[in-house]
Design a protein around this ligand. Structure first.
Ligand code: NDP
Length: 425
């Protein structure tokens, strides 16, 4: 809990320093007067208030989440993309009315400090709220009895006040939209400094806007992710969503503002191709699983049920660990059934590796770093950190799935032996 904010401030300081050396001491230690600003806190809270107001606007759709322990399902507004568009309109209006967006990069340190403070206080309130929550509302992980551990992991699975879901709100809105806003401010400042934004800055902005736009366009898919289904809402997610994401994920654009990098069209086109391949895998895998989880008989993921498949659907065939459990849904998308009644995809993207979505995400992460050249490690921080995060995340998910699906999971691992990178890992 201390190391994460310290790392974030280290990265912010290094990005603006001349040598931009990731490994080594920070260029200097900022005093409290450089970190603390009531204006930054006000801006941070106004931002959260604006995003909360946009969350409460009528949604184009209200989606149901996965079934909870008490067999109920929560409802979630699907209006994240609308929030992004409305924010863009408001920012555009503000800029044309004289809002100095290019001043934002100068405020990154106090803003990051304000976001960290907000995340700590928010996590404390979430912890206290969880003390009043019924046992059925608690997350599987964050209730060990160890105060610090539970504060970090989060005790309550879906803390809400009326229909306002705090975890779902924080997951994709203030941090992700804040990230692309910081990127845009850096691009504008670069244009003011150098006459026009560099090609590298355009690429980083474009790739990351695509990532954020995609996350909000397919917002419903977040309802089947680990964060929503499994993790409690505590410091880990609150700090990650509100501070870590906007301030460290914008590191490449921060680096480029202070360290312009020459980039020609041929290399830029190649980097675009890498990003496109990553995006194709990432989107294909996430959509396939999400469609399947929402409705296993959706024609996009399921064809005609075979005889054994139909039998297992009717509950007449259970998976007993035999080499050929359950059956295919279609020649393209094969599945195996599990004792829980849920099935696992063993073909399509999920038959290539056990986490194809992570593979696509990592390829994109590499494409975001490449425009920054190869002479500094700092812009590759995201790629390195993200690799560690996803390897650890995959391991956590693996353990949960083994526990949940038992023999069927072993069978899945036998059929699909690689975790993230085919023939490598
Ligand atoms: P996943 O969306 O991969 O969800 C894992 C769950 O999917 C498992 O627990 C299991 O749950 C289900 N599942 C696993 N295998 C199969 C299968 N073969 N068939 C059907 N269902 C299966 O994990 P995450 O929530 O970690 O990631 C979601 C996305 O978010 C990824 O693309 C990831 O890269 C991205 N991400 C990005 C981050 C960032 O900071 N940029 C951080 C974290 C994630 P069940 O069976 O219960 O449905």
């Amino acid at each position: 809990m201390l190391l994460l904010p310290v790392t974030m401030f280290h990265l912010l300081l290094v990005a603006r320093s001349g040598p931009a050396r990731l490994l080594g001491p920070p260029p200097y230690l900022p005093g409290l007067e450089e970190l603390w600003s009531p204006w930054a806190l006000l801006l941070c809270l106004t931002w959260l208030g604006l995003q909360a107001a946009l969350y409460l606007l009528p949604a184009r759709k209200v989606a149901e989440g996965q079934e909870l322990k008490d067999k109920s399902r929560l409802r979630y507004p699907i209006n994240g993309f609308q929030a992004l568009v409305l924010t863009a309109l408001l920012v555009g209006l503000g800029v044309s009315a004289g809002l100095p967006l290019s001043a934002l990069p100068e405020m990154l340190l106090p803003l990051a400090f304000a976001a960290t403070l907000t995340a700590f206080i928010f996590s404390l309130l979430l912890y206290l709220k969880a003390l009043l929550a019924p046992a059925s509302a608690l997350a599987p992980g964050g209730n060990s009895g160890n105060l610090i551990y539970d504060f970090f992991l989060g005790r309550e699975l879906n803390p809400r006040i009326c229909s306002f879901d705090f975890k779902y709100f924080c997951e994709l809105r203030p941090g992700l939209i804040g990230w692309v806003l910081i990127n845009l401010a850096l691009l504008i400042q670069e244009a003011e400094l150098r006459g026009s934004p560099s090609l590298a800055m355009w690429l980083v902005n474009g790739f990351q806007l695509l990532y954020v736009g995609d996350a909000l366009w397919y917002e419903e898919a977040v309802l089947t992710t680990m964060d929503i289904i499994h993790d409690g809402f505590g410091f880990m997610l609150a700090f990650g969503d509100l501070a870590w994401v906007p301030f460290t994920y914008s590191l490449q654009a921060q680096f480029l503002l202070y360290h312009p990098q020459p980039l020609g069209w041929p290399l830029a086109s190649f980097i675009c191709l890498i990003n496109a391949v990553g995006y194709y895998i990432f989107r294909g895998a996430n959509s396939q699983k999400n469609t399947f989880r929402k409705n296993p008989s959706d024609p996009r993921v399921a064809g005609e049920l075979g005889f054994l498949g139909a039998m297992s659907e009717m509950g007449q065939l259970d998976f007993q660990g035999s080499p050929h459990p359950a059956m295919c849904l279609s020649p393209d998308l094969e599945t195996i059934s599990t004792a829980t009644g849920r099935r696992l995809l063993v073909s399509g993207w999920w038959g290539m590796v056990r986490h194809p979505n992570y593979l696509g995400d990592l390829i994109m992460a590499l494409a975001w770093s490449l425009p920054c050249g190869v002479f500094h490690l700092l812009p590759y921080f995201y790629f390195l950190y993200f690799t560690a995060l996803l390897v650890h995340r995959e391991d956590r998910d693996e353990r949960q799935c083994r526990q949940k699906y038992g023999l069927a999971w072993h069978e899945y691992c036998r059929r699909v032996p690689y975790r993230i990178v085919p023939y490598v890992y």
